[in-house]
Write a protein of this length. Sequence first.
Length: 165
Amino acid sequence: MNLTGLDGVLKTLKSLPPEVVSKRGGVVRQSLAAGMRVIQKEARKNLVRSTASAGKTGVSYGSGLTAKNVIYKRKNMPKGEKGERLMMTVAYKQHPKFSSTYKNKPIKFNDIAFMLEYGTVNQQAEPWLRPAFISKREQALSVVQSDLVKRLDKVVTKLALANKQ
């Protein structure tokens, strides 16, 4: 999701001190993470629903372990661009309940999740991530905006107090 229509806000953010837009993202990253948690929660619910019944290939497994491994992580920005980018994915860990293989490797949580998302030759797709994003994107954006304003207010207050001394 790209935030558009916030050119003035972005210009202001670029001119702020390192406490706000530090190398590790500062309050901007924290606010984006708050929005990602909204989508993550919905994605986990959808994935639990998708894994509730076994599919033809056996990739569905209703233990809830795969859903617990739906994560978001920081991604590098494309060359020449500044900003913060978070990506929703599934942890690349081996699933303890499966002894079978996929592409001659032990099955990992992300294999199961993306087989369900896009389907396989033997199993129809049961999307869980795209519907979560579509249904919660407006709410996530609202959370990012309100959280960012709240965090910026705290930083500005802190800097104002520091400058009075």
